[in-house]
Design a binder for this molecule. Structure first.
Ligand code: MN
Length: 232
């Protein structure tokens, strides 16, 4: 009889109005899914379509909560995003099948060590250390689609210490949520428990230790995240 040498806590998210936790399998993200953000990063959205990357599932932080300012960066950026949670999956899904996989929605921060991401890009190296570090994926409780519907328009915004930094509208996504799931399912087999960060609007900028971040997606949720000073 074989057994595990030790147990790992499974990443999971609370669900609004329920005692049941949603277990997280993988965290997928999409890059440059809002044209204004693609342009602020120096890219032409007409020439470079959105693309996918991922974060480790245990980079998840349940919010409201705290994150510790991470090591090895002087340029930690906020990116507010609509997060989609899947209760089913598959490969090569059509739009209706993609929609049917969605369990619910949350609000997340795709925290990014921009200096490391840029250095990797310039050297043709992977993004992992810029995007997939510890505590790089704060996410709200999930709101089941049975409660919030399938939001495809509405304000998405982020403030730092009460000052508005990012704002946009879900309707301005280059690929909408269903199209993103559909396209991602041609690259990997999606499964129940997968999360998808769907891209950030313009206005990304640096966070400092001590900052209080407020972020929201209209009709879904609002979150607060406190950026703690690292312990020496
Ligand atoms: Mn992002």
């Amino acid at each position: 009889m074989q057994h595990m040498m030790f147990q790992l806590p499974p990443p999971a998210l609370p669900v609004r109005g329920s005692d049941v936790l949603f277990p997280v399998r993988r965290i997928y993200c999409v890059g440059r899914n809002f044209a204004e953000h693609a342009r602020e990063m120096g890219h032409d959205p007409a020439l470079e379509p959105p693309f996918f990357f991922s974060k480790p599932a245990d980079a998840l932080v349940v919010v409201p909560g705290d994150v510790v300012y991470p090591p090895a960066t002087a340029d930690l950026h906020h990116e507010v995003e609509l997060v989609v949670a899947l209760a089913a999956g598959g490969r090569n899904l059509n739009a209706a099948q993609a929609r049917a996989c969605i369990y619910g929605y949350g609000v997340g921060l795709d925290l990014t060590r921009r200096d490391l991401q840029r250095a990797a890009r310039d050297k043709g190296q992977p993004w992992d250390m810029g995007k997939g570090f510890d505590q790089s994926a704060p996410v709200s409780e999930l709101v089941p689609a049975s409660m919030c519907g399938h939001p495809r328009s509405g304000r998405i915004e982020l403030s730092v210490n009460g000052r508005l930094r990012q704002q946009g509208d879900l309707a301005d996504m280059i690929l909408d949520v269903d199209a993103l799931i559909q396209r991602l399912s041609t690259l990997v087999e999606l499964r129940a428990g997968d999360l998808l960060f769907t891209g950030t609007p313009a206005g990304v900028a640096a966070l400092q230790p001590g900052d209080r971040v407020s972020a929201s997606v209209e009709g879904v949720a609002a979150i607060e995240v406190h950026v703690l000073r690292p312990v020496e």
